[in-house]
Design a protein around this ligand. Structure first.
Ligand code: ADP
Ligand code: ASP
Ligand code: MG
Length: 412
């Protein structure tokens, strides 16, 4: 029988009632003749609560135990979803990551999926089970420890299962009815897109649009998974939501197709480091070893052999970054006068494939922000995106102003 993957995010399984509603959607697909793999997230708020427990217990925690704790939210919803389906007379059972087994790397809290053997689940499908409910976000390392795939990782579980089982489609059910030109919770004029290209979705996701985890888009692109985002709260037709697809499948698109933001950025400046060959490696090597995800980097003009180095990273990695740099200083690998952390910044990005062939997008973006009195602290560009760091208090204002300036409320 053809296989369908259906993923339900935290708000879609937040209560027993919502689990029942989701199970009904699954029942509809089973009735159509699909064997279904359901991937569930933890009930909304659960993972945050568990992360909070870990941080309170041990701020520089052992990542293996972090994973043991934060993966547990999904176990609850997987079991409850299987029970709900059974109550509806749909043959179903739950699987935790290790039972599949979904094998990952040992990079705890940010593990990558290595392999998903299909034989265990397929054997059950062959015996008449119609729904395999799998706990998303989690797997098992070669060392036999529980791993997690990073926040939002259930999306990646879903796409990986779709690829492994050759699913006809991977449907991501969430609390919005598709991918929008920007977060509809911030800009009321945001417009739902019928289709979005993999490359654009990849950029939007990696720049903060959390509707899909970045890695899930990467996998869908690589394995050509038909990926759809849709609402679990509305009745759905077969062409509901947003299809994430190859660029060629989209006829017309705006130069800028979306605005993404990331609220939890920090800007760190090393004041007065030596301007010598190898200084960047001496700074960013230890940061990378400490697991700090450095994003934007700027090095100022040197004066008398000294310069300032500024970089951005997620706010929750500031403590790690400070420690790594302090340790490098103690070891004599780098020297700096001061380390300033500005944790009140946000990153705003404009994304669009059209930027490859059209110039002037950056100029328009800077002019728009300047007209609103928003000061730009750091700029970074690539072929299809422009990102700026601004004071967090301007986040909503900047997103809305850019959405207006690029006329994203109108279709191309
Ligand atoms: P789930 O719990 O279902 O995985 P998430 O909270 O992870 O849901 O992702 C859905 C949220 O992503 C939406 O509620 C919305 O606020 C946010 N979001 C950010 N950018 C976008 C966008 N461009 N389009 C749609 N939603 C977006
Ligand atoms: N529950 C996990 C999280 O909140 C994974 C997910 O929902 O995708 O990050
Ligand atoms: Mg999510």
């Amino acid at each position: 029988m053809p296989v369908l993957v259906m993923k339900f995010g935290g708000t879609s399984v937040a209560t027993l009632d919502r689990i029942r509603r989701a199970a009904k959607r699954v029942g509809v697909e089973v009735a159509k003749g699909y064997d279904v793999i359901v991937i569930v997230s933890a009930m909304s708020g659960e993972t945050n609560k568990l992360v909070g427990y870990v941080n309170e217990t041990s701020p520089l925690y052992d990542a293996r135990e972090y994973d043991a704790v934060v993966s547990s939210g999904e176990n609850v919803t997987a079991g409850l979803m299987a029970l709900t389906l059974q109550e509806m007379d749909v043959p179903a059972r739950s699987w935790q990551g290790w039972q599949v087994p979904l094998i990952t790397t040992s990079a705890h809290s940010a593990a990558r999926i290595e392999e998903i053997p299909t034989d265990n689940i397929n054997a059950k499908f062959a015996e008449g089970m119609r729904v395999a409910v799998v706990a998303g976000f989690q797997g098992i390392s070669p060392e036999g420890r529980i791993t997690t795939l990073g926040r939002g990782g259930s999306d990646t579980s879903a796409v990986a299962f779709a690829a492994a089982f050759g699913a006809e489609r991977c449907d991501i059910y969430t609390d919005v009815d598709g991918v929008y030109t920007t977060d509809p919770r911030i800009a009321s004029k945001a417009r739902k897109l019928d289709k979005i290209a993999f490359e654009e979705m990849l950029e939007l996701a990696s720049l903060g649009a959390k509707v899909l985890q970045t890695r899930s888009v990467e996998l869908a692109m690589r394995y050509n998974v038909k990926l759809r985002v849709l609402s679990s709260f509305e009745e759905q037709s077969d062409d509901a939501g947003t299809l994430v697809c190859a660029e060629e499948e989209i006829m017309e698109s705006n130069v800028v197709s979306g605005i993404a933001y990331s609220r939890d950025e920090a800007k760190m400046t090393l004041v007065s480091v030596a301007d010598r060959p190898g200084i960047a490696a001496a700074i960013f090597g230890p940061l990378s070893d400490a697991g700090v995800n450095v994003d934007m980097i700027i090095q100022n003009i040197a004066e008398e052999g000294r310069t300032d180095m500024t970089f951005s990273c997620p706010t929750d990695q500031v403590t790690r970054a400070e420690k790594a740099l302090q340790d490098a200083k103690t070891r004599g690998e780098i020297n700096y006068h001061d380390l300033i952390a500005d944790t009140d910044v946000a990153k705003i990005s404009a994304v669009g494939i059209g930027m490859r062939s059209q110039s002037g997008v950056a100029a328009k973006m800077f002019k728009t922000l300047s007209d609103e009195g928003v000061n730009i602290k750091v700029i970074a560009t690539s072929e299809i995106k422009i990102s700026v760091l601004v004071d967090r208090k301007y986040l909503e204002l900047a997103v809305q102003a850019l959405h207006d300036a690029f006329e994203l409320e109108k279709a191309a």
